[in-house]
Design a protein around this ligand. Structure first.
Ligand code: SF4
Length: 302
C-alpha cells in the first residue's frame, strides 16, 4: 500500500477519504485539521493563557503537542491541569505518565484530586452510588474541578483533547436522551467569557478521528498504548454508543464526520435559543438549572 501523495509506503488508510497516507503526509494532514479548527472557530486570541486538560491519554497528549506550535505565533502561555479522580486501577499510571510528559513538553502541571475537591475518590463514589453509572458523576465533577482550577490559575481558556469520535458520541447521546439544551451547547468552543465564572473550553482536535489521534501520537512517540482502561468505562451509555458507532463507521466510512458536520449545520440556526446560564444559589458556579449539577450530585453522594 502506497501513500496517495508520494511513493512512500502508507501507514494508514483513511477509507472515508479514499486515500492512504505515509507518516509525513499523515502528520501534515493532522496538523492542518488542528489548525483549521483553531482558525475557523477563532479558538485562541493572541497572548492568552491556555490550560490544557492533560489526562494521560493519547488525545490530551496530542492536544498539548500540537498546541506547542501555536505558542510562538500567538504568544500563548501554556500550562496543564491533571484531574486525579481517585481510581485505583489507573491513577498511578495517569500521574506518572502526565508528569513525565508535561516535563518533556516543558509545561507547568497542576494536579487536582477529587478527594481534596469533594472529600471522596471516584472509587468511593462508585462503591456507594448505584443510581447512575460512575461516568455520570465523574464527568460532572471533573468539569467542575477543571473550570475552578483554570479560573484560579488565571487561565483564559481550557483546551481539551476531545476528538471527532467524542463529539459524534456526545451529539447522539444528547439527541437520544432528548437533552436539547445540552445538545445545542456542543461545539468547538463552550463557556463564553461573558458569563464570568466559566472559563471558555475549546476542542482543537474536534475534527480528528480517535484512531488518527492514536496513530499521530504513536508516530510522534508521545504516547504508549496502555491497556489499563478505567474499570468503570464499560458501564457507560457512551461506551455502548462508541462500539455501535465504530461498527457503523467500519461498514459505512464517513459516518462520524457526517454526524458532526450535519449537527454543526443544524446548530447554526438554533444557537440563539439557548438561554444564558445563571449563578447556582448553593455554590455560585453558573448553571442553566435551578441548582447546578455538581451540587445535585454532592447532595446525593455525601
Ligand atoms: Fe471517569 Fe467514566 Fe472516564 Fe472512568 S471512564 S475516568 S469513570 S468518565
Amino acid at each position: 500500500m502506497k501513500c496517495s501523495h508520494c511513493s512512500k509506503p502508507a501507514i494508514i488508510d483513511l477509507r472515508y477519504a479514499g486515500r492512504c497516507y505515509c507518516k509525513d503526509h499523515f502528520c501534515r494532514l493532522t496538523w492542518r485539521r488542528f489548525k483549521k479548527t483553531v482558525n475557523d472557530n477563532k479558538l485562541f486570541e493572541r497572548g492568552q493563557k491556555v490550560a490544557i486538560a492533560v489526562s494521560g491519554g493519547k488525545d490530551s497528549a496530542v492536544c498539548l503537542y500540537l498546541m506547542k506550535d501555536l505558542v510562538q505565533p500567538l504568544k500563548l502561555e501554556l500550562s496543564a491541569i491533571t484531574v486525579d479522580e481517585g481510581i485505583k486501577q489507573t491513577e498511578k499510571s495517569v500521574l506518572e505518565t502526565t508528569k513525565k510528559f508535561c516535563k518533556e513538553m516543558d509545561v507547568e502541571q497542576k494536579v487536582v484530586t477529587f478527594k481534596k475537591g469533594f472529600g471522596k475518590t471516584m472509587d468511593e463514589i462508585a462503591a456507594k452510588n448505584k443510581a447512575n453509572a460512575p461516568c455520570y458523576y465523574c464527568g460532572v465533577l471533573r468539569r467542575h474541578l477543571l473550570n475552578k482550577t483554570a479560573r484560579e490559575m488565571g487561565a483564559d481558556v481550557i483546551a481539551t483533547g476531545h476528538n471527532l469520535d467524542d463529539e459524534a458520541q456526545a451529539i447522539l447521546m444528547n439527541f437520544m436522551r432528548g437533552n436539547s439544551l445540552r445538545l445545542f451547547r456542543i461545539g468547538p468552543k463552550v463557556g463564553i467569557k461573558a458569563y464570568g465564572k466559566f472559563v471558555a473550553r475549546v476542542k482543537p482536535l474536534r475534527l480528528i478521528p480517535e484512531r488518527e489521534s492514536a496513530v499521530f501520537a504513536l508516530c510522534n512517540e508521545i504516547w504508549e498504548y496502555n491497556r489499563r482502561d478505567c474499570p468503570y468505562v464499560t458501564q457507560s451509555f457512551r461506551d455502548s454508543l462508541r462500539s455501535h458507532l465504530n461498527k457503523l463507521e467500519a461498514q459505512f466510512p464517513g459516518t462520524k464526520i457526517a454526524i458532526v458536520n450535519t449537527f454543526d449545520e443544524m446548530k447554526k440556526g438554533s444557537a440563539k435559543d439557548v438561554p444564558p446560564p445563571k449563578p447556582c444559589p448553593k455554590c455560585g458556579e453558573l448553571t442553566s438549572s435551578n441548582i447546578c449539577k455538581t451540587c445535585k450530585i454532592l447532595e446525593a453522594i455525601l
